[in-house]
Design a protein around this ligand. Structure first.
Ligand code: HEM
Length: 543
C-alpha cells in the first residue's frame, strides 16, 4: 500500500508538471490555426512548392482561412492572408510581433547581424532606427524631390535616346528605371550619381542583393533549419567559408561607398549619420552596412514597382486608365513642359495609379516574415511562442473586404476618395483629400514598416507622371519579319525576395512632337552640379 508520503510526492509532481505545461502554453486548451496535415518530423516542408509559394499559400488560405499554421520541421509558421488578421497582429500587437526569425546564413554569417531588415527588434535595432529616422521623415522626403526631378528628367532623355536607336524593337525600360533609382539613392547616400547604370558600384551592389536573396531563401541552407549545425568546425560546415567570402564582398562595397560619401565636400546621408549621436563609437563597418542596406532596400523595390507599372500599362491599359491619366496630364500640364511635383495636388489620379501598382503586384509578393517570441491567442487559436509570422502580401492585397471587387484587375479608381469639401495637400504635394484611406500593405506592418516609403512614393509619382505624359507604350517587336510583338502575361514573373516581371523590351513611342521638344529642351542632366541640390536638402536635426 502506498503511504501518505508517496501520495504527496505524486500530487506535487503532477502540480509541477501542470505548472510547467501551463508556463509553456499559456493557452493550452486552444487549438493551433488550421492548415494542411503535417508529416512526422518534417511537418509541411514537403508540401510547399519550389516555385510561386505565395500563390500556393494564397490558394490554401481559401481552404484553411485567414490564419494558417504550418510546421517547418517543428518550427511553427503562421501565415496571415487577410488585411484584418495582419493588421490585428502585426500593427495592433506590434510590440510582440516585430521581431525577425533567425536566419543563420543571410543574417549571421553573410551580414554578421548588421542587416537592418534582419535585425532582431532589440536596443541595437532601435539605435539604428533612431539614427536613420531624421533622414526619412515626410519633411526630409520633400527635400529630396529636386533630385528625383533631375533623375526622372534624365530617365526621359535616356528612354527617348533608346527609342530613336531601336524603335519598334523596344527599350530596356528596366535598365533605365534601375539607373534612375540607383542614382537617386546613391546620390542621397554618398553624394555621387550614376551615369550609365553599369558602374562597378552598382554591379557589385546588384551582386550583393542577388546573394542576399539566394542565401535568405527558405530551405537554401540546412543550417537555417538546424541552427545547432553552426557549432560544427569549418571543415564540416562548408557554408561558413562561403559566408565569410560573401561578407567580405559586401563589406568592401559598403565601406568603400561610405568612404566616398565622407570624402565628398557636400552634404549626404553618410555625413549626416556619421555625425549623429548614435554613431559615436560605432564601428565603421556597422555604419557602412546601415547605409548600404538603405541603398539595397530602395533600389530593387522601387524599380520593380515601375516594371509592373509597365506590365499593367501593356496588359490592361486599354481598359481606359491610361487614356484617363494622359488626358488629365494634358489638361493640368499642357504641352510645353514636363510634369513636375508642383502639379501633384491636381494629379491625385497618378498617385492612385502608383497605389494600385503596389497593390496589384506587391513587390515583396510573399511578404517579409515577422516573429513572435511569446505565445498569443488570436481568433480562438493558439499562436505558439517562437512562431514565424508571414503576412502573405499577394493574399492580403486580394482581400475583397478591404479593396473591393475585381481585385485581380488593375483599377486605380479604387484609391480615389469621394468628393471632399476641404482640400488637404501634404508637404510632398500628395493630395490626401482626393485619395481614400485604403491601407498600403505593400510597405509592410507595425514597427517594421518600410522606412523609405515616403521617398519611394515621390519617386513613383514623378516617374509615372512623366512616362504617361511622354509616351505610348506597347510590347517590343520580337519578330522583324512578321512584326510579332512579345507576349506579355501579367503573372509571368521571376522568383526571389522581390518578384520582377520576366524581362522584355517595350516600345516607348513619344506621344507627339511636343514631347520630343520638351525632353530635348529640358536636356541631359549629367553636366549639372547636383551638389547644390544636396546642400539645399541638408537635414540639420538628429532627432
Ligand atoms: C516601392 C518601393 C518599396 C517597397 C514596396 C518597400 C517594401 C518594404 C517592405 C515590405 C519592408 C518590410 C516591412 C515589414 O517587415 O513589415 C521594407 C522594409 C524596409 N525598407 Fe522598403 N520598400 C520600398 C522602398 C524603400 C526605399 C526607397 C528605402 C530606402 C530609402 C527602403 C528602406 C527600407 C528599410 C531600411 C527597411 C527595413 C525596415 C526594418 O526592418 O526596420 N525601402 N520595405
Amino acid at each position: 500500500m502506498p503511504g501518505f508520503a508517496t501520495y504527496l510526492l505524486g500530487g506535487l509532481t503532477a502540480i509541477v508538471i501542470a505548472c510547467l505545461v501551463f508556463s509553456l502554453f499559456k493557452h493550452p486548451s486552444l487549438p493551433l490555426p488550421p492548415g494542411p496535415k503535417p508529416a512526422p518530423l518534417i511537418g509541411n516542408i514537403h508540401q510547399l512548392p519550389k516555385s510561386l509559394q505565395w500563390l500556393e499559400l494564397y490558394h490554401w488560405s481559401k481552404k484553411y482561412g485567414p490564419v494558417m499554421h504550418l510546421s517547418m520541421g517543428g518550427q511553427p509558421l503562421i501565415i496571415l492572408s487577410t488585411h484584418q488578421a495582419a493588421h490585428n497582429l502585426l500593427n495592433c500587437r506590434s510590440s510582440q510581433y516585430s521581431d525577425r526569425p533567425r536566419m543563420v546564413m543571410a543574417g549571421e554569417l553573410v551580414t554578421k547581424g548588421m542587416h537592418m531588415l534582419l535585425r532582431p527588434c532589440n536596443d541595437q535595432y532601435r539605435l539604428h532606427q533612431r539614427m536613420e529616422a531624421p533622414l526619412l521623415t515626410l519633411r526630409a522626403a520633400s527635400k529630396y524631390r529636386p533630385l528625383q526631378d533631375l533623375e526622372s528628367q534624365q530617365l526621359l532623355w535616356d528612354v527617348l535616346g533608346e527609342w530613336d536607336r531601336f524603335g519598334e524593337k523596344g527599350v530596356d525600360f528596366h535598365h533605365h528605371f534601375e539607373r534612375a533609382m540607383a542614382s537617386t539613392i546613391y546620390c542621397l547616400n554618398y553624394g555621387y550619381r550614376l551615369q550609365t547604370g553599369y558602374e562597378k558600384e552598382l554591379m557589385d551592389g546588384k551582386r550583393v542583393q542577388a546573394e542576399f536573396a539566394r542565401t535568405g531563401q527558405v530551405g537554401a541552407y540546412i543550417v537555417d533549419s538546424f541552427p545547432w549545425l553552426n557549432y560544427l568546425p569549418k571543415s564540416l560546415a562548408p557554408w561558413k567559408t562561403e559566408g565569410e567570402k560573401l561578407f567580405e564582398l559586401e563589406r568592401q562595397l559598403h565601406v568603400g561607398n561610405l568612404k566616398k560619401g565622407l570624402s565628398n565636400r557636400k552634404w549626404n546621408f553618410a555625413k549626416h549619420m556619421k555625425d549623429s549621436p548614435e554613431a559615436a563609437g560605432m564601428p565603421e563597418v556597422e555604419l557602412a552596412f546601415d547605409l548600404g542596406i538603405l541603398a539595397d532596400a530602395g533600389l530593387d523595390t522601387s524599380t520593380v514597382a515601375l516594371d509592373w507599372f509597365i506590365v499593367a500599362w501593356i496588359t490592361s491599359g486599354s481598359r481606359g486608365w491610361v487614356k484617363k491619366a494622359q488626358q488629365l496630364l494634358d489638361e493640368v500640364v499642357g504641352k510645353d513642359r514636363l510634369p513636375s511635383f508642383e502639379d501633384r495636388p491636381k494629379l491625385a489620379y497618378i498617385d492612385a495609379i502608383a497605389s494600385e501598382t503596389l497593390r496589384w503586384r506587391p513587390v515583396v509578393v510573399q511578404g517579409v516574415p515577422h516573429f513572435t517570441k511569446t505565445e498569443d491567442e488570436y481568433m480562438g487559436y493558439r499562436i505558439p511562442a517562437n512562431s514565424t509570422v508571414l503576412p502573405n502580401a499577394f493574399a492580403i492585397t486580394r482581400d475583397e473586404a478591404v479593396f473591393g471587387e475585381d481585385v485581380d484587375n488593375f483599377i486605380p479608381e479604387r484609391w480615389l476618395a469621394k468628393e471632399s469639401d476641404q482640400e488637404q495637400i501634404d508637404i510632398c504635394g500628395l493630395n490626401t483629400s482626393a485619395l481614400n484611406q485604403l491601407p498600403h500593405t505593400g510597405f509592410g506592418f507595425g514597427r517594421r514598416l518600410c522606412t523609405g516609403r515616403l521617398i519611394a512614393r515621390n519617386q513613383l509619382f514623378i516617374q509615372m507622371a512623366r512616362m504617361l505624359w511622354s509616351f505610348d507604350v506597347e510590347a517590343g517587336v520580337v519578330d522583324k519579319a512578321t512584326g510579332g510583338r512579345h507576349k506579355v502575361h501579367d503573372m509571368d514573373c521571376t522568383e526571389g525576395f522581390v518578384t520582377l516581371p520576366k524581362p522584355f523590351r517595350s516600345v516607348m513611342r513619344p506621344r507627339g512632337q511636343w514631347v520630343r521638344e520638351a525632353i530635348l529642351k529640358a536636356g541631359t542632366t549629367h553636366t549639372l552640379d547636383h551638389s547644390a541640390i544636396l546642400e539645399a536638402a541638408k537635414i540639420e536635426e538628429f532627432r
